[in-house]
Write a protein that binds this ligand. Structure first.
Ligand code: DC
Length: 219
């Protein structure tokens, strides 16, 4: 299989994939795909009552991804919908919808279209196992449920959203179970992925470990 210039970062929710992906993209000047945001957009449009066969068009025509102060900002025409997409209700609908074949198929081409000559960092659940199987470098980033819940707690609190730690842990556990037990593209490390357990690592440690991997195996 010919390898392509893609770095995949897969792992469970709140494992720090997004922060790692943004840092790697910035350091090595690569494009970025946050595939979870596409599943959240799908859930958002479904909740708005858009018919499923029209959702991929709505994403392609109306949505713009921007990076502002190192954060991903998602615009629906002129509306910033980033916070809405980050809510736990959208996350849980996204997780439910992501087990459907029609949803995964509808988003497959959109995800592939993020690949370009500049090279790409793609984060999600099945970037290394399904969408970019021929990626040059694959990372699977994980951490214990408690560590991930604490990170998500702080992130939501910073965004001014109300949070409850036991509910967050239960949500994350339920989503982990759904994501890893579904039949289609379950959450699993690719055979050729580097597995990083960040439970006892700072984000800085994870970033510097990954940058070394990029220099050794990607550049
Ligand atoms: O990474 P996230 O929490 O934003 O993802 C939201 C949901 O989307 C997640 O519960 C499962 C789904 N998802 C997926 O099935 N495949 C991906 N590549 C990315 C996300």
């Amino acid at each position: 299989m010919n390898k392509i210039n893609v770095i995949t970062i897969d792992g469970p929710s709140a494992s720090g994939k997004g922060s790692l992906a943004r840092e790697i993209a910035k350091t090595f000047d690569l494009s970025i795909l946050d595939s979870g945001s596409l599943y959240r957009l799908y859930a958002y449009f479904a909740k708005e009552g858009i018919k499923s066969e029209l959702i991929s068009n709505a994403i392609q025509e109306n949505i713009e991804f921007k990076i502002s102060n190192q954060d991903l900002v998602i615009m629906n025409i002129d509306n910033d919908i980033t916070n809405k997409l980050r809510s736990e209700s959208i996350a849980s609908l996204a997780s439910e919808l992501s087990s459907k074949e029609e949803v995964r198929n509808a988003l497959f081409d959109i995800q592939r279209s993020f690949y370009n000559d500049q090279g790409l960092v793609a984060d999600g659940r099945d970037m290394g196992t399904v969408v970019f199987r021929e990626a040059k470098l694959k990372i699977y980033l994980t951490a214990s449920v408690e560590v991930r819940a604490k990170r998500r707690y702080l992130e939501l609190q910073n965004r001014g959203q109300e949070v409850n730690m036991p509910a967050l842990i239960a949500d994350i556990e339920q989503r982990d179970l759904k994501d890893s037990s579904r039949e289609l593209s379950p959450l699993l490390p690719a055979d050729d992925a580097h597995i990083i357990d960040s439970s006892k690592m700072s984000l800085e440690d994870v970033i510097s470990f990954t940058k070394n991997l990029v220099r050794e195996e990607y550049l």
